[in-house]
Design a protein around this ligand. Structure first.
Ligand code: HEM
Length: 399
């Protein structure tokens, strides 16, 4: 074998292993679990927090924080856009984090979210109505990719015609590397900064006349009070909600559609009330963990699961692996999603929204469809952090 063909063969083998892990991450989770609650990853240069209790401890403990942006970048502290990154809910800590959650929180309460159920069900009905008479559709492009854009847009208070553009602006900001490694001069960073300027103009306009009962209306109502958000905080958190509420929900919804297609009796059981949509959603959150991990940085020396973590060490909290421990040890008897939504002060703000999307989906599909079946191979996205499907070829039979 020449070095070139050997290189190609190795690349193919790596792609095959990665493909297998994306389909069945449980294999990796099991391997990690055998090594303990905390595993050092030489290749990642970080600790992998694998055990469920250890993950909960790290997420709750204030001595661990979300790593900030690269200090030498446009997005680092003191740089032009450092304040934007510091204002994201996930980066903020202490009084600023509490203040922003107090202002944004009421729009995400169980009561406020329940009030949106009829509207979400109507949206799902419309998405199903768009499917052609032969009942064939791709679950990702027809349903799971579209539903979160509509739900998050409505919740934030983004006018319908602008929702797709805002998704694109937020994607450009996130791809600009701003949150990890953006460097001035890089095209992606320049595009991200231009997109951020555009988003700022839009947020300013929406805030002047906000949609009632939306997140933007809550931000506007807090103006002039001790809970007020600055303009940068408002823009950063519109971005946060778009980023956090799209790919995660999309992947959970794809997981639910796949389950409907692979457990034939599920649809009738839901329709006849033998199974509850709520419990099915919790099960998919626990077993699929749509966000497989999150990051933390140790602010001081801390002991976790008998291991000393040094100040400055990086950690990857493996949410999927921690949930896998619950599944394999049978601790998941309760209807809870483990750490799929995180835990502690940064626990997912949109957890009830995501649950509503899943419950409404199962309810409407069970009402409208007698069967949903696979008509091709589902393909998983080549992305380990956001575990989900890229294509899901399905066929529905209408009731
Ligand atoms: C199945 C869907 C979802 C999953 C699995 C999920 C998962 C998570 C997790 C694990 C965290 C904590 C991350 C950490 O501590 O590092 C988080 C935080 C967050 N999520 Fe979600 N999420 C979902 C849907 C949503 C939705 C629909 C929204 C909003 C519309 C949302 C908004 C947020 C926000 C704003 C935070 C940051 C909270 C804070 O730092 O205080 N998420 N999410």
């Amino acid at each position: 074998m020449t070095p070139a063909t050997e290189h190609t063969a190795q690349a193919r083998k790596r792609a095959a292993v990665a493909g297998h892990l994306l389909r069945r991450p449980a294999v990796l989770y099991e391997q990690l679990r055998r090594q303990g609650s905390l595993v050092w990853s030489g290749s990642g240069g970080c600790w992998l927090v694998v055990g469920h209790e250890a993950a909960r401890m790290v997420l709750r403990d204030e001595r661990f924080r979300m790593p900030g942006a690269d200090q030498n970048s446009e997005w680092g502290d003191g740089a032009g856009h450092g304040e934007f990154v510091r204002s994201l809910l996930l980066s903020a800590e202490g009084a600023d984090h509490d203040r922003m959650r107090r202002t944004l929180g009421p729009a995400f309460s169980p009561r406020a979210v329940r009030a949106r159920r009829a509207a979400v069900e109507t949206t799902i009905g419309r998405l199903l109505a768009d499917i052609g008479p032969d009942g064939r559709f791709d679950g990702v492009t027809a349903i799971s990719g579209r539903l979160p854009v509509s739900v998050v847009g409505e919740l934030v208070g983004v006018p319908e015609p602008e929702r797709a553009d805002v998704s694109e602006l937020c994607r450009t900001i996130s791809q600009g590397g701003g949150l990890a490694s953006g460097r001035a001069g890089d095209d992606a960073v320049r595009d991200a900064i231009a997109a951020l300027d555009d988003l700022t103009v839009l947020v300013r306009r929406w805030l002047a006349d906000p949609v009632p009962d939306s997140v933007l209306a809550a931000i506007r109502a807090a103006a002039g009070t001790p809970q007020a958000l600055s303009e940068v905080e408002a823009v950063a958190n519109v971005f946060s909600l778009y980023l956090a509420g799209h790919d995660t929900s999309r992947n959970m919804i794809s997981g639910l559609l796949l389950r409907l297609a692979t457990v034939p009796e599920l649809l009738d059981d839901l329709h006849e009330g033998r199974r509850a949509a709520e419990a099915e959603v919790e099960r998919v959150l626990l077993t699929e963990s749509p966000l497989t991990f999150t990051a933390r940085l140790a602010m001081t020396d801390v002991e976790v699961a008998g291991q000393l973590i040094r100040r400055g060490d990086r950690l990857r909290v493996m949410l999927g692996a921690a949930n896998h421990e619950l599944v394999t040890t049978g601790q998941s008897a309760g209807p809870l999603a483990g750490v799929a939504f995180g835990e502690g002060r940064h626990v997912c703000l949109g957890a009830h929204v995501a649950r509503l999307e899943g419950i409404a989906l199962l309810t409407v599909v069970a009402r409208r469809c007698a069967a949903v079946r696979l008509v091709g191979d589902p393909r998983w996205t080549a992305h380990f952090l956001h575990r989900g499907l890229e294509t899901l070829p399905l066929e529905a039979t209408w009731r």
